[in-house]
Design a protein around this ligand. Structure first.
Ligand code: DX5
Ligand code: ZN
Length: 223
């Protein structure tokens, strides 16, 4: 693993009635980044939250805000997500016809640019934008919902993408079905950022979040 390991809890699995508290608790419990899942009911069959919620969460922590946009179109909203305090903005390769333009727009807003691939999208879709990227997110479930089963075929896809990245300073992130059982499979294949929703927020207390994050981190380090 060439880049540092980071665990990025997804607040999708937290209690939305007390999001600020949940962010502070999961940071106290050892989260490295906060993963923010934005869904529009169009690109994916679920709706979550938008830039105003992210802006209200921003004062609760200094940790990296990793915004995963599952929206189409995304270009009209990039500025709002940048202003809300995102550090990384990830768009889906499938969300629009002009991926290169979206990635340039994110960097022009002074943010790190990420691209996400649905399970059925081959890695060749991003070969031509590698030099515009700070992060590649490999979806290991079909986006839209937490708590789904990890798709095993994504391990070899992760390995191929790791190879494609070469020496470029790009984080390789996994999202969906990450648990202490699946974490070592993907770190062994070259991933260094693990998103986890249900596996982190189960238990509902800071103590359980700490136990959960530690279990994922320990397993990931074995990979
Ligand atoms: C799914 C989201 C994920 C989700 C992961 O579309 O992108 O970030 O929160 O949830 P778990 O870890 O429960 O699979
Ligand atoms: Zn996500």
């Amino acid at each position: 693993m060439s880049r540092p390991l980071a665990i990025a809890p997804s607040i999708l699995a937290s209690d939305f009635s007390k999001l600020g508290q949940e962010v502070r608790d999961v940071v106290d419990a050892g989260a490295d980044w906060i993963h923010l899942d934005v869904m529009d009911g169009h690109f994916v069959p679920n709706i979550t939250f938008g830039p105003d919620v992210i802006a209200k969460l921003r004062p609760h922590t200094d940790k990296i805000f990793d915004t995963h946009l599952m929206i189409a179109p995304c270009d009209p909203y990039l500025e709002a997500f940048a202003k809300a305090g995102s550090d990384i903005i990830t768009v889906h390769a499938e969300a629009g016809p002009h991926l290169d333009r979206s990635l340039q727009a994110i960097r022009n807003l002074g943010k790190k640019a990420g691209v996400s691939l649905n399970p059925s999208t081959p890695e060749s879709a991003i070969e031509y934008v590698l030099d515009r990227l700070d992060l590649i997110l490999v979806m290991t479930v079909n986006p839209g919902f937490g708590g789904q089963k990890f798709i095993e075929a994504m391990v070899e896809k992760t390995r191929r993408i790791r190879q494609m990245i070469g020496d470029r300073p790009i984080d390789l992130q996994i999202d969906g079905g990450v648990t202490p059982d699946t974490a070592p499979l993907v770190t062994e294949a070259g991933a260094n950022v693990l998103v986890a929703g249900s596996a982190v927020f189960k238990g509902g207390t800071t103590e359980s979040y700490r136990t959960n994050i530690t279990a994922i981190r320990d397993a990931a380090e074995r990979g």
